[in-house]
Design a protein around this ligand. Structure first.
Ligand code: NDP
Length: 348
């Protein structure tokens, strides 16, 4: 199939070119304007089995900073000169795939561009009658699945236990606090940066107590918020948070190591917890997890999450930055904490 045939599906809506953001150079420290290049690229002809998607929303995620670095990791680094990648949602505007018609709403992994050409299998059709497309990039996507897996498989929550969540006003954290409650936690404590975010943890997301990590004395604040200690910790931050959590942990506690954002923009390794021997004495389990190893758990998660979301038991927030050209700013923002809930970029 040629582009002419594909475009005949909806010719008025398909431009010949599409703006995309490429990695221009690998940053040292926080990404800067030199890190990115905004390019007007030709839209290639569709081959059989491919679809063309006009992206409406894309996700910016902390792990993207790690992919800008060279070197081995759990996912390949972004290539210099190539478009960046990441989760995005959009509408099919031309299709050479019998299974995905023009007009279908889809999510996929070729974000950072206005139009994405996707091979068969790279686009997942979503049902936007039950939840908006943005939900599939957040609570019904890998964000929600990460929170669920952390608290059911990696640091399982038992009824009545005390759970501590870091980066709790963010995408994973805000969902995790509520899932902990839905799993039967007795007390849920969250940490976030600033008094306003701490207030929202309690008022909007139902945490029992909130810590403002920018106010200092993390161990003291955690002891006050969880006087009996904590049983489960979802670690998105590493460094000082992990150390405070180990210090506050009760015997046989569990820690899901999900991220270590305190070091993502740093060229130096952030010092590890100085009290790791406490984990020995307390028989604590620390387990790292990467959500993409567990996509087989999506159906199980969605069985819970779709009704939780529909019934309002799971409340979510989004911070939306307008315009593809502002995606770099949005990524910096998620690393610095300008977001509450899921950080998204509206592309069209
Ligand atoms: P968030 O929406 O939580 O945004 C990141 C948040 O981190 C910011 O809003 C900021 O909130 C907080 N933060 C930044 N620097 C610090 C710091 N030095 N100390 C404490 N908090 C800080 O992002 P996501 O929900 O997408 O991701 C959260 C974490 O989960 C990240 O570490 C990410 O890498 C990880 N993750 C891991 C996955 C996996 O498979 N292992 C999958 C998905 C996410 P504040 O203003 O409150 O400080």
């Amino acid at each position: 199939m040629t582009n002419d045939i594909a475009r005949s599906a909806n010719p008025s809506t398909i431009p010949a070119t599409s703006r995309e953001i490429r990695l221009a150079s690998r940053p040292e420290g926080p990404p800067t304007a030199e890190t990115y290049e905004l390019v007007e690229a030709e839209v290639p002809a569709l081959r059989p089995g491919q679809v063309l998607v006009r992206n409406t929303l894309m996700s910016v995620d902390p792990y993207m900073r790690g992919r800008m670095n060279e070197g081995p990791s759990y996912i390949a680094p972004f290539a210099v000169g190539e478009p960046l990648e990441g989760s995005a949602a959009g509408q099919v505007v031309a299709s050479a795939d019998a299974d995905i018609p023009v007009g279908a709403e889809v999510v996929h992994f070729a974000g950072w561009r206005e139009l994405s050409v996707l091979d068969r299998g790279a686009a997942t059709v979503i049902d936007t009658s039950s939840a908006p497309a943005s939900a599939y990039l957040g609570p019904l996507g890998t964000t929600g699945l990460t929170a669920y897996l952390a608290l059911t498989r990696f640091a399982p929550v038992e009824a009545g236990e005390t759970v501590f969540v870091s980066a709790a006003a963010g995408a994973v954290g805000s969902v995790a606090g509520q899932i902990a409650r839905l799993l039967g936690a007795g007390r849920v404590v969250g940490s976030a940066g600033g008094a306003e975010k701490a207030r929202r943890l309690v008022d909007d997301f139902g945490f029992d107590a909130a810590i403002d990590h920018r106010a200092g004395d993390l161990p003291g604040q955690l002891a006050a918020a969880a006087p009996g200690g904590i049983d489960v910790y979802l670690d998105s931050v590493g460094g000082d948070h992990l150390e405070a959590a180990i210090g506050a942990m009760r015997d046989h506690g569990r820690i899901a190591l999900v991220g270590a954002i305190s070091g993502y923009n740093s060229d130096d390794q952030v010092p590890g917890p100085r009290n790791l021997y406490e984990a020995v004495k307390k028989r604590i389990t620390l387990r790292g997890m990467i959500v993409s190893d567990h996509f087989d758990a999506f159906p199980e998660y969605l069985e819970h999450a779709v009704p939780w979301l529909a019934s309002g038991q799971l409340r979510t927030a989004e911070t939306v930055v307008e315009g593809l050209e502002r995606a770099p700013e949005a990524l910096l923002g998620v690393l610095d904490g300008t977001n509450v809930g899921k950080m998204l970029v509206r592309i069209s």
